[in-house]
Design a protein around this ligand. Structure first.
Ligand code: SF4
Ligand code: SF4
Ligand code: SF4
Length: 326
């Protein structure tokens, strides 16, 4: 008699579905996974509906992966259902682990977001300024949009999470490590993050200066970069000192600075604050005047978007307070 197959579910909240693509990127390994587990819910890849998830018995899913953040009432419902139905719940990707890129929505309110996306962007052709409504009638059917939560949240703010796989999306080596653990039954203890404990700088092959000073902040796309030298030594912001290793320094090797998608190390509460403190310590304060220092700081374009690109909802700040009409 063949061994009982593990039951696996993959669900998503507010997500770009890039994390689902990262699973498909397993390639041939995915065939082995399909052979050895029963996929009981994966609406991105198959024709599953929420009713199918609701119909599963509580605790019947062995491993559930959730990608995306909790941005709407529907995301919250899916996360709570998944928790009820699963023995092990995995926050898969930066959005699920920390709130992710989409977490920058916490800098504004729903009305502003809708107007930006549907009306204001340069590529939008919407002369009547039509934006989605909470309720609309289409061919006799009433469609209701899920309610947007006031503050977008990481998965662990809503339900208990057993494992974390950071990255935007998670690197294929980490995805493979997760599925190997699931298939062999050799999973790490609950609470484990599929990443390294040290910072990315410790894995980085670039030459670093011991006496680093930033006298000018430059932007990567406007700068000719020395591919052998630390980005910070060249005045280009790189989140390496505040970011957990485990991605294989993929961006660094492609001559791009790290933007921090693996999140902070385990002993750091707030990735943006950690980076801010790292930067503050290397500004040329012993050689620059106060005016010159202010000028250097002014050269940092979009500090919140840069320092909290993936972690605003899990940071101490969490969101900006926006008074509508103010
Ligand atoms: S972590 Fe990145 S790839 Fe995954 S859902 Fe979020 S934005 Fe998309
Ligand atoms: S700051 Fe960036 S480039 Fe410099 S050592 Fe750290 S990861 Fe490498
Ligand atoms: S280098 Fe930084 S941004 Fe790039 S994959 Fe690694 S952690 Fe993410």
């Amino acid at each position: 008699m063949s061994a009982k197959k593990l039951k696996v579910a993959i669900a998503l909240g507010s997500s770009c579905a890039g994390c689902d693509v990262a699973i498909v990127d397993l390639g041939e390994k995915l065939l082995e996974v399909f052979d050895r587990v029963d996929i009981v819910y994966w609406p991105t890849a198959f024709d599953y509906k929420l009713e199918d998830l609701k119909a599963l018995e509580d605790g019947s899913i062995d491993y559930a992966l959730f990608d995306g953040a909790i941005g709407t009432s529907e995301d919250r419902e899916i996360a709570e259902l998944l928790r009820e139905k699963s023995k092990n719940l995995v926050a898969f990707g930066a959005c699920a682990c920390f709130g992710g890129l989409i977490g920058l929505a916490n800098l504004t309110v729903a009305r502003e977001l809708l107007e930006t996306v549907y009306v204001r962007t340069i590529s939008t052709d919407n002369p009547n300024k039509v934006i989605p409504q909470p309720k609309s009638d289409v061919n006799g059917l009433t469609l209701t949009l899920p309610e947007k939560l006031d503050t977008l949240l990481p998965l662990s703010d809503v339900v208990e999470v057993d494992y974390f796989v950071p990255g935007c999306p998670p690197e294929s080596e980490l995805v493979e490590k997760l599925f190997t653990g699931i298939l062999t039954g050799e999973m790490p203890p609950k609470g484990y993050t599929f990443a390294e404990e040290h910072t990315l700088c410790e894995d980085c092959p670039r030459a670093k200066s011991e006496t680093r000073k930033i006298l000018e902040v430059k932007r990567r796309h406007l700068t000719k970069v020395d591919p052998e030298k630390c980005f910070l030594d060249q005045g280009i912001l790189c989140m390496g000192p505040a970011t957990r290793a485990g991605c294989g320094a993929k961006c660094i090797k492609a001559n791009m600075p790290c933007r921090g998608c693996m999140g902070p190390t385990a002993n750091v509460r707030d990735q943006g604050a950690k980076f801010l403190s790292a930067i503050a310590s290397i500004l040329g304060e012993d050689t620059a005047s106060e005016e010159e220092l202010a000028k250097i700081v002014d050269q940092i374009v979009d500090p919140v978007g840069s320092f909290y690109r993936f972690t605003l909802p899990s940071s101490i700040l969490k969101r900006k307070v926006v008074r509508e009409g103010a």
